[in-house]
Write a protein that binds this ligand. Sequence first.
Ligand code: ADP
Length: 624
Amino acid sequence: MSSRKFKTEVADLLHLIIHSLYSNKEIFLRELISNASDAIDKLRYLSLTDEKLKGFSFNPRIDISFTEDGERTLTISDNGIGMNEDDLNDNLGTIASSGTRKFLASLTEDQKKDSNLIGQFGVGFYSAFMVAKKITVISRKAGEDDAWKWESDGESSYSIEKAERNEQGSTIILTLNEEGEEFANRWQLETLIKKYSDNIAYPIYLAYDQVHYDNEKKDENGNAVKTTEHKVEQINSASALWKRPKSSIKDEEYKEFYKNSFYDSDDPLFYIHTQAEGTNEYTTLFYIPAKAPFDMYYADYRPGVKLYVKRVYITDDDKDLLPVYLRFVRGIIDSEDLPLNVSREILQENRVMVSIRNASVKKLLGEFKKISENNPELYSKFIAEYNRPLKEGLYSDYSNRETLMELVRFKSSTEDGYVSLKDYKSRMKEGQKAIYYISGGKEEVLRTSPLVAAYREKGYEVLIMGDDIDDIVISQIGEYDKTPLKAINKAGALDDLKSDDDKAKEEAKKPVAEKIKAALGERVKDVVISSRLTDTPAAVIFSDDDPSMQMQRLMKQMGGEMPDIKPMLEINPDSPVIAKIEKSSDDEFVKSLSSVILDQALIQEGVMPSNPAEFAANLTKLLS
Ligand code: ADP
């Protein structure tokens, strides 16, 4: 037997791990199972590629057992690649990864106490010293005859000597310390295996003794007879579905996996499976639920994406895996390149993670776009649930705005259901210079706006932006495919519909506009004439730099201070009601009628007159 000192860096690492990861000591099991799974991965690979090991056949498995009586132990055994004497020295006597070594060397004493920092590299095997006072590894390398025993108390040295082992692989025996005793327990182990390692591709068996007390049979002292049955049970489902070749996975399997993993009784609308190779190797499997998650609009919504590293579960509670507006997406991200112990703080800035995230967003949006082009029926189901979060994306995700503009949908004055900006553009009349829209109220109200009627009469389609988020979104769009978007209820849009005749008429009617403006006084910003209106005497509009009614309401709801913004009144010069004002010299009458016209225009925009009693009084006066 030879006894050797750990390289000082290992001693440092051990110290660090034991002190900083302490609150999370259960992760040692995940690390050991992950190592076992890696060892099997390696042997499987070599049995396919290596001259010496080609054709080597074995039944991959991981076995876990424990002793509850006397000295508590926990054993994790695999039949993977195994280690010979040199491997044991290199792998368990030094820190294998040079990156880890450099990182460790760069830490100051203060940083070493920071458990977030330590999460940046894989702590692996050594984390078992949090729960063990002694670790024994018995290992035999595939293709070799000798087996070796490595043993250490995790203080400063380890020993290596010859040992016996029937087949290739490694057995890790933890002699548990006080902190670790709780892990020599069937339920604890079962829970942890399910929690962290359910998707490890190889079966994980747990061996335990089941004790029965038979009350029918008594021993000589009158106690129930105790029988012990030894059981071995597979704990994980051993199906990292997303790692299998796409062509081998049936539609049904994808759906079952979704329903089991994300607790949904309905099939998903669709799913997107990506297996990326190259500099950054990762797999993503995303699902779009048929119904928007109930908490989609709660501030404390549950994120829907789980992170795995090499099939080992890391977290399902990280809101930064995808941007907030994609919070309805369910699924998994499995990276081959992230360290197992990556912490949340580090994830956000981790180069690998950032690139997976960006690629995932592009992939999702690209896929949505394909569906919008190839499967309108499916897309309309999707839009019915997720139009609004996509609109959020328009103002939060600048880098994907172009795509998002193609994805969002709006209601229209001429079409049923939702339309895209692209479709709108393809239907534009010859010479039409802008995409017209109306916003600032509920859909039903906007639809009946006299302005919309005026545009329809002239053959123009108007987008009905009745979603309360639309006003914010529209300010982000500005133009689509070089065509500006223009609000028809803002002063700037007026001119588009005017002919020279109209302009002459407006000029002639200026005095009546002045008369009404004088009568309304402080209540309006301005009164303008327009030939757009057909049936109604007037409509309210807002000047370009003022927020719309809807925006004002929204800002008030959010608790913001909002000065009362005065509307502009647009009057129809052909209306007989306006003509009455023109002809009248009764100041009182002009005042009442102007006031009723304004209030009525406001009501058409869904706004209560500021003084309903006065409105009623004026109306009565006029009627009589
Ligand atoms: P990591 O797994 O992140 O490389 P560990 O400290 O967990 O770091 O393990 C160090 C090395 O020891 C591994 O890279 C591997 O080569 C070897 N090793 C650990 N466990 C096993 C095992 N069960 N079978 C074979 N090799 C192992």
